[in-house]
Each structure stands twice: as C-alpha cells, then as structure tokens.
Design a protein around this ligand. Structure first.
Ligand code: FES
Ligand code: FES
Length: 154
C-alpha cells in the first residue's frame, strides 16, 4: 500500500506492507535513520517521534496509521541547518555516550520544553521516564534538559 505523509515539513510517500511500522518506514523507506530501533516493543523510547504534535514510539505506530498525518523526527528539529537548542544542550552537557538513546531523548525533551519551559526535576523524570539509557546514569541527561531550558529562557 502507498502511504502518504508529511515528514519534517516535506510531503513524502512510501510503499509499505500493511503490518509495517512507522519506524521501519522512516528508517528503511524514507532515509531517516535518526529514530533508533532497539526494543520494537514501546519499552525504550529510542524511536520517539512526533505524530501530529504528540510524542509516540514509532515502533508502535503502523506506517498506515500515519497516512495523511504529520511526523517530525529528530532530523526535523534542526532549524536552517543549525542544531536545535536541545541537541546543542546534549552536546554541551556531555549527555551522549554511545548515543543510541540520544535521538529519542532529544525529541522527548523538545516535546517537554514545548509544553513546560522550566520543568521541575519531577516533571523531567516523568517526561523522560519512557526513554531508557544504558550508558549515562541520567545525571548528564538531566543536566542537558536544564541547560536547554535555561537557553530558552535566556
Ligand atoms: S524501539 Fe520503539 S520503544 Fe524501543
Ligand atoms: S548514551 Fe548509550 S544508551 Fe544512552
């Protein structure tokens, strides 16, 4: 089946089979490998993308469900070739080790800050509770969220 959607502001089409996930379509059909494939069960958040402005695990969404809808991936956060402030904050805070979880965390953090410009630690933990990192111990990740929040208010 043909799936037609807007990805990162650009109209796109992909030939998908009925059971194909949005994650597979993004990575393998549309050339967007930013969302990562780890658990494929909605457990790790490494595949996080925005679907019509709502944070979702792309591994749990059928490509067919995205037909006619709008998707933003981590690649779409960058503005005019420059990094999004959340992307920059993850670099500046040293919140990246292997980097596998980073795209999902960046998308989830951008979503959090779009709703809550100065989140409390509890709000950060709640918002990022669906994103697992095996490397960092989370301290640097929360530093990055605080840094991005400061950058938006400064
Ligand atoms: S790959 Fe989608 S939640 Fe883990
Ligand atoms: S940096 Fe390696 S899983 Fe998070």
């Amino acid at each position: 089946m043909k799936v037609s959607l807007v990805v990162n502001g650009v109209q796109a089409e992909a030939d998908c089979w009925e059971g194909e996930s949005l994650l597979f379509a993004l990575r393998e059909k549309l050339g967007l490998p930013g969302a990562k494939n780890a658990c494929e069960q909605g457990e790790c958040g490494s595949c996080s993308v925005m679907l019509d402005g709502v944070l979702v695990c792309a591994c749990l969404v059928l490509a067919a469900q995205a037909d006619g809808h709008e998707v933003v991936t981590v690649e779409g956060l960058a503005v005019d070739g420059g990094l999004h402030r959340v992307q920059q904050a993850f670099i500046d805070a040293g919140a990246v080790q292997c980097g596998f979880c980073t795209p999902g965390l960046v998308v989830a953090t951008a979503d959090l800050l779009s709703r809550t410009s100065d989140p409390s630690d509890d709000e950060m933990r709640e918002a990022l509770s669906g994103n697992l990192c095996r490397c960092t111990g989370y301290a640097k990740i929360f530093d990055a969220v605080r840094l991005a929040a400061r950058d938006s208010s400064g």
